[in-house]
Design a protein around this ligand. Structure first.
Ligand SMILES: [Zn+2]
Length: 111
């Protein structure tokens, strides 16, 4: 990976982390368990619980993503950055810009 791409990736990662942090802050408000007590009636209470479950899942997902982004950003200055941890081939910058937290090329990606 050349220096220009590396700089581009660092900017991309920093921006993505900002977005992720904002998302976490937003989800933390929705997943707040205190909201259950203030729900009126049985139905809205159910709705609240369902919504909370969904927000809770997105929240842990967003938190995990933030950790991955943070790790990628800290690795960005090392020579192996942008190489697949599985096969060692360089991950195309196009893919990295789309999924900046990834450590896998498209062939080795677990999902
Ligand atoms: Zn690979």
């Amino acid at each position: 990976m050349n220096d220009a791409d590396r700089d581009r990736m660092k900017r991309c990662l920093a921006e993505e982390m900002e977005r992720c942090r904002a998302e976490i802050a937003r989800l933390e408000t929705t997943a707040d368990p205190v909201a259950v007590d203030s729900a009126v009636g049985r139905l809205s209470r159910m709705d609240t619980l369902v919504n909370q479950g969904v927000s809770g899942q997105s929240l842990s997902k967003a938190r995990r993503r933030l950790l991955l982004l943070d790790r990628a950003l800290r690795n960005a200055d090392y020579p192996g950055f942008g190489e697949c941890v599985e096969c060692g081939n360089p991950i195309p910058v196009k893919r990295l810009l789309l999924v900046p937290e990834t450590e896998y090329c498209v062939h080795c990606a677990p999902e």
